[in-house]
Design a protein around this ligand. Structure first.
Ligand SMILES: *Cc1c(COP(=O)(O)O)cnc(C)c1O
Length: 369
């Protein structure tokens, strides 16, 4: 008998990968620690939950689940196109924006290519790059955010893609539209600029980049958005990409035929129409952010100013121990050591009482309790 060595058979890039570390689910903490009333502030979910309009739309659709969904997502694409003044031909739907980011990489990146992203940027970028066997180029951050000049300087003939998260997760840092456009202008056409706008809805209106309009001037620009954050649909997995139609056409050739399920299509359409829910979500986030910042200021805890629905707090070298202590007090936050931020913890903004639970647990721990 020959020994079976699966790792030796796998693609070299995949052999070296670490799996994505998700926020700890509430049920898991209940199971492992035997505690209840847990507050989860670990995955940047919408604390308001699901909009009532989405609930109604989903309930009305349950009886259709025996049928395959529309493989082309006609009505959702139409709704996105109308709302954001783009063409349906520019849209690629996905099982979360994670899906479209990976599809894009699989469509355009070869093992001979380089892919650029910033230090402390979203972990999915190195993940999809390494899975292909391409070379990841992590550019050191500036003040925790993207150093656009350094990223531009890192571009070579082999570069095929540059990822920019704006706002970035897990740092919450933000690039102004002027800085962003100045950058995109200078990126050569053999490089795709991937602008990940997962937290777009939380950015004040007047500070938002007209990123979808830019695609007309910069055909190598692609923009991804998600229904997982402000729209409150993380559990359904729904996201999309807007690009030049030729980019969408190529991605369409390799995606799974039904990569957005019936309920995700239905819920996303209802969510897009519920402007009031987004407005309330943004308001809850603004107030909750102020609440956490007051706490940090009061306890002299430095934090990274954030444009997202989370705050990354410098808790010191004992962050991992602190994470565990918070867990035992029923508060789940997110360690970010894997993002080269070993002295920080990321805290999602919750409802006022959830933020209080975090602040109270932290205060107890800081007092040695
Ligand atoms: C949460 C997040 C996403 C969204 O992921 P989904 O797959 O759409 O749930 C994308 N990019 C960043 C930077 C994120 O933080």
């Amino acid at each position: 008998m020959h020994e079976f060595d699966a790792a030796r058979l796998a693609l070299p890039g995949i052999r070296e990968l670490q799996p994505y570390q998700a926020g700890k689910p509430i049920e898991e903490v209940e199971r492992e620690l035997g505690i209840s009333n847990i507050v989860k502030l670990a995955s940047n979910e919408n604390p308001l939950g699901v909009s009532p309009k989405v609930r109604d739309a989903l309930a009305a659709r349950i009886s259709e689940l025996a049928r395959y969904p529309d493989a082309n997502g006609f009505y959702l694409k139409q709704a996105i196109a109308e709302k954001f003044s783009v063409s349906t031909k520019q849209i690629t739907l996905g099982n979360g924006s994670n899906d479209v980011l990976e599809l894009l990489a699989r469509t355009f990146v070869t093992p001979a290519n380089e892919v650029i992203f910033a230090q402390h940027a979203f972990v999915v970028y190195p993940l999809v790059t390494k899975a292909i066997g391409a070379k990841p180029v992590a550019v050191p951050a500036k003040d925790y955010g993207h150093d656009l000049d350094a990223m531009l300087a890192a571009i070579t003939d082999k570069t095929r893609m540059v990822f920019i998260a704006n706002p970035n997760n897990p740092t919450g840092t933000f690039l102004t539209k002027e800085a962003l456009e100045g950058f995109i202008k200078q990126v050569p056409n053999h490089v795709l600029v991937v602008l990940d706008e997962a937290y777009y809805e939380y950015v004040p209106q007047d500070e938002r980049a007209p990123s979808l309009e830019w695609i007309q001037h910069y055909p190598n620009l692609v923009v991804s958005r998600t229904f997982s954050k402000a729209y409150g649909l993380a559990g359904l997995r729904a996201g999309y990409m807007v690009s030049h139609p030729a980019v969408a056409d190529l991605m369409n050739r390799i995606r799974q035929p039904f990569n957005m399920n019936e309920l995700a299509l239905t819920a996303s359409m209802a969510a897009l129409e519920d402007d009031d829910f987004i407005a309330r979500s943004v308001e809850v986030n603004r107030d909750g952010m102020a609440q956490l910042i007051r706490f940090c200021d009061h306890h002299n805890l430095p934090y990274i100013p954030s444009y997202g629905n989370f705050l990354t707090i410098e808790t010191g070298p004992d962050s991992q121990a602190l994470f565990t202590k918070l867990l035992h007090k029923g508060v789940i936050v997110r360690p970010v050591a894997g993002y080269e931020l070993p002295n920080h913890l990321r805290v999602s903004i919750g409802l006022p009482q959830e933020n209080d639970a975090f602040c109270n647990a932290m205060a107890e721990i800081l007092n040695g309790q």
